[in-house]
Design a protein. Structure first.
Length: 279
């Protein structure tokens, strides 16, 4: 979606005195390794002619993203980029930290937004009135700009991890669950860069008898998978130790109807905040 329509929603909000309008988006929620990166961006109204290549970051080549990234940094009224480390994702769950990251990104803007547009879902607790826009990174310029800032930042971080851990191929798949990444994960086991709370990482760790070096809130899907034979025997000892009374670490059975595609306990059942925290 291009042209005037791409800028239309934020333009309409500005004309009604609700500006400046900030767009917020994330990169890395679906990856099983690396940080979550969230960005917020306020663009100049009428700047479409200077940002003709701006669109959803996932639809652009790496070179195009880098070029648009530089343009956005140069022309934005304001922007912020928040990096949520893997440790926080493992400790609180991806959904919790996705929402928190968007709040942090909006709060970090120096220009106070009159209205905030988020990509895909509503975010409670933002610093201004707000609305969610389905596929906002393809239909709203300020959200698309935030998606580029988040994506380029995260890709560069993952390229840095590749220099330290070249056998995983982080420079290519950026921590997403590609066949090559999963093969490397099975061969070498998870690293500290991986999200031990994710089902595929937790399953490999249990099979290899590995323990995380930090507190981890397992997803419901990871618990279900790990409880399947023969992994259950290996996980039992881990949970017994983790659930020592003095640690006060909660364990809840998976909620009915929770699918294996849930990324976090918070996403599966925000009402119960279930999961097993392992330290």
């Amino acid at each position: 979606m291009r042209g005037d329509l791409f800028w239309g929603l934020q333009g309409a909000l500005d004309r009604r005195g609700l500006g400046p309008v900030a767009g917020v988006d994330e990169a890395g929620a679906g990856a099983c390794a690396g940080p979550l990166v969230v960005a917020a961006c306020v663009l100049k109204q009428g700047d479409a002619a200077k940002l003709t290549d701006l669109t959803d970051s996932k639809m652009m080549t790496a070179k195009a993203r880098d070029r648009v990234y530089d343009l956005v940094l140069a022309r934005a009224v304001d922007y912020s980029v928040i990096v949520i480390p893997t440790e926080e994702v493992d400790l609180y769950g991806i959904r919790v930290m996705n929402l928190e990251g968007m709040r942090r990104a909006a709060a970090a803007l120096r220009v106070s937004p009159g209205y905030i547009l988020t990509d895909g879902f509503r975010v409670p607790g933002l610093t201004a009135p707000n609305a969610a826009v389905i596929k906002g990174d393809r239909s709203v310029a300020c959200i698309a700009a935030a998606s580029v800032l988040a994506k380029v930042t995260r890709d560069r971080i993952m390229a840095g991890y590749h220099n330290e851990l070249p056998h995983y191929g982080f420079d290519v798949h950026k921590g997403y669950s590609t066949s090559d990444h999963l093969a490397a994960l099975r061969e070498h086991g998870p690293s500290d860069v991986h999200r031990w709370s994710y089902t595929n990482v937790a399953t490999v760790a249990v099979k290899r008898g590995l323990r995380p070096s930090r507190p981890v809130l397992l997803t419901y899907a990871a618990l279900e998978k790990a409880m399947e034979p023969p992994a259950a025997a290996g996980l039992s000892a881990v949970l017994d130790e983790a659930l020592e009374p003095q640690l006060s670490l909660p364990l809840h059975a998976p909620a009915a109807g929770v699918g294996h595609n849930e990324r976090s306990a918070g996403g599966a059942a925000a009402r119960s905040r279930g999961g097993a925290r392992i330290s």
